[in-house]
Write a protein that binds this ligand. Structure first.
Ligand code: UD1
Ligand code: CA
Length: 459
C-alpha cells in the first residue's frame, strides 16, 4: 500500500495514421498538445517526474514538454513493450508501482487515474489494466476473460479471432504494474504476432502464467479512454473536450447560447455573466472578465479582456481590451493592440501595434498601425495610418482631444499634438502643433458651363 508511484508515458511511435509531419502527441485537443493533457493528468498522483519514451520527433516532443518530464529514447519503434524496456535503466531498481500510459490518450481525468492506482494498491495484483466498454471497439486491444470473469490476456485487433473481435471490453492502454515484475515479464515478450512488434499487453498473459494475480478495473465513461490514432478520433476528442470545458464554464456562471458550437480552449478563463453566442472560438491563454457579450463569428486568441465589453463578430489576437469597449462588427485587432476604457472600434477597422486611450473612437473603415492615440480622439471614416514604406515601419503619435477628419492619410513618422484637427481628405506628412488644424489637400476649382463640353448619350 502507498508504495512509490512511477509514471511512464509512451510517446515514441510513428503516429502514421495521422498522416502528418507533426509528431502525433503534439497534435492539440482544445488548445493543448495531447502529451500535455497526459502529463498534467498524472501530475497530482506522484512527486516523481514522469518518464516519457520518445523516438519519432524526439527533439520536438522533448522541447515541447520541457522539464515537466524526464525522457528516454527509443531509437527503433519495435512496439509498446519494447518502448517500456527503454526505461529499464531508469526504473528497474525502483520499488513500488509504475503507471503506464500512452501519449495519445488525452481524455483521462486525474481523479480517474488516482482512483485506478488506489484500486491496484489495494489488490494483490502484479498488474491491473484499466478497461472500458466500447460501442465500437475496432482498433483497440480486447480484454479476454475466463468463464469466471478473471482476465486471461489482451489480444490486439490485428491478432484477434472473429469471436475475440466481438468483445466490447477494450484495453485503454493504462496499466499499473508492480515495477519489478514489469521488467521481469517484459524480458519474456516475443514479437511473433501480426505486427511483428513487442506488445506491452502480452505481459499480462506472461505474469498470469507464471502464477501472478492480474486484474482489471473498468471505466464508467468510455470517452475518457479515447485513443487518438487518426484525424477522425482527433475530431471526436476535440468535440468531447470542448463540451467538457463548456460544461465547466456554464456551471461557473458563463452563458453559452449554443454550447455545441462554441470552441473555448482549455486555458481560457471567462468571468460570470459574460454571454457567448454560438459559432465563437476563443483560443490560447485568453482571459475574459465579467458581463461581456461576444457575438457569433468572433475569434479571439491570447488576449486579455476586461468587463462590460461588446465584441461583435470580430477577430482579435494578442490584444488587451480594458472595460466597456465596443468592437465590430468585422473589426480586426492584431497583435499588440491596447484599447483603454470606453474605446469604440467600428466596422472594417484594423488596429495593429497601437494603443488607443480612453473614449477614443474609430467607427468606420480605418487602419491604425504603429501608433499611440490619446484619449477622446475621433478618428474619421476612412482614416489610414500610413506606417510602412515597403521596408520599415514608422510610428505615429496622436494627442488627446484630436479630431481626425474623414479620409485623412497620416504619413508616419508624425506627431499630432493635443487639441488639433485634421481637415477631411488631408494627407498629413508634417507634425501638427497644439490647437492647429492641419489641412493638406488641393483647393477645389469649379469650372463653369462644363456640362455642355461633356459627351452625352442619346436619350
Ligand atoms: C495500444 C494497445 C491496445 C490499446 C490501445 C489503447 C499495444 C500493442 N496495443 O494500441 O491494446 O487498446 O493502445 O489506446 O500496446 N509507442 C512507442 N513505441 C513503439 C510503439 C508505440 O512509444 O514502438 C507509443 C505510441 O507513441 C503511442 C502508444 O505507444 O503513444 C501506443 O501505441 P499505438 O501504436 O498508438 O498503439 P495502439 O494501436 O493504439
Ligand atoms: Ca493509440
Amino acid at each position: 500500500m502507498n508504495e512509490e508511484v512511477n509514471v511512464l508515458v509512451l510517446a515514441a511511435g510513428h503516429g502514421s495514421r495521422m498522416k502528418s509531419s507533426v509528431p502525433k502527441v503534439l497534435h492539440s485537443v482544445a488548445g493543448r498538445a495531447m502529451i500535455d493533457w497526459v502529463i498534467d493528468a498524472v501530475k497530482p498522483l506522484t512527486d516523481n517526474k514522469p518518464v516519457t519514451v520518445i523516438g519519432v520527433g524526439a527533439e520536438s516532443v522533448a522541447k515541447h514538454v520541457g522539464d515537466h518530464s524526464e525522457f528516454v529514447l527509443q531509437t527503433k519503434q519495435l512496439g509498446t513493450g519494447h518502448a517500456v524496456q527503454q526505461a529499464q535503466e531508469r526504473l528497474a531498481d525502483k520499488v513500488g508501482v509504475t503507471l503506464i500510459m500512452s501519449g495519445d490518450t488525452p481524455m483521462f481525468r486525474s481523479d480517474t487515474l488516482a482512483e485506478f492506482v488506489k484500486e491496484h494498491q489495494k489488490s494483490n495484483n502484479a498488474v491491473t489494466v484499466l478497461t472500458a466498454m466500447a460501442d465500437n471497439p475496432t482498433g483497440y486491444g480486447r480484454i479476454v476473460r475466463a468463464d469466471d470473469d478473471t482476465v486471461l490476456k489482451i489480444v490486439e485487433q490485428k491478432d484477434a479471432s472473429v469471436t475475440e473481435r466481438r468483445i466490447q471490453e477494450i484495453n485503454t492502454g493504462v496499466y499499473v504494474f508492480d515495477n519489478q515484475l514489469l521488467f521481469e515479464a517484459l524480458a519474456q515478450v516475443k514479437n511473433n504476432n501480426a505486427q511483428g512488434e513487442y506488445y506491452l499487453p502480452d505481459t499480462l498473459d506472461i505474469l498470469r502464467k507464471s502464477g501472478h494475480q492480474i486484474g482489471a478495473h473498468t471505466l464508467q465513461d468510455f470517452t475518457e479512454s479515447l485513443g487518438v490514432n487518426d484525424r477522425v478520433a482527433l475530431s471526436v476528442a476535440n468535440r468531447v473536450m470542448y463540451s467538457r470545458i463548456n460544461h465547466e464554464l456554464m456551471v461557473s456562471g458563463v452563458e453559452l447560447m449554443d454550447s455545441q458550437n462554441t470552441y473555448i480552449d482549455a486555458d481560457v478563463v471567462i468571468g460570470q455573466d459574460t454571454v457567448v453566442e454560438g459559432g465563437v472560438t476563443i483560443l490560447g491563454h485568453t482571459v475574459i472578465g465579467r458581463d461581456n457579450l461576444i457575438t457569433s463569428g468572433s475569434r479571439i486568441s491570447n488576449s486579455e479582456i476586461g468587463d462590460g465589453n461588446v465584441i461583435t463578430t470580430s477577430h482579435i489576437e494578442n490584444t488587451i481590451i480594458e472595460n466597456n469597449v465596443t468592437i465590430g462588427p468585422y473589426a480586426h485587432l492584431r497583435p499588440d493592440t491596447i484599447l483603454k476604457d470606453n474605446v469604440h472600434i467600428g466596422n472594417f477597422v484594423e488596429v495593429k501595434q497601437a494603443m488607443l486611450a480612453k473614449n477614443t473612437k474609430a467607427g468606420h473603415l480605418t487602419y491604425i498601425g504603429n501608433a499611440e492615440v490619446g484619449s477622446d480622439v475621433n478618428v474619421g471614416a476612412g482614416t489610414i495610418f500610413v506606417n510602412y514604406d515597403g521596408v520599415n515601419k514608422y510610428h505615429t503619435k496622436v494627442g488627446d482631444n484630436v479630431f481626425i477628419g474623414s479620409n485623412t492619410k497620416i504619413v508616419a513618422p508624425v506627431t499630432i499634438e493635443n487639441e488639433t484637427i485634421t481637415a477631411a481628405g488631408s494627407t498629413i506628412t508634417k507634425d501638427i502643433p497644439m490647437h492647429a488644424m492641419g489641412i493638406a489637400r488641393s483647393r477645389q476649382v469649379n469650372k463653369a458651363d462644363f456640362w455642355e463640353r461633356m459627351p452625352h448619350k442619346e436619350k
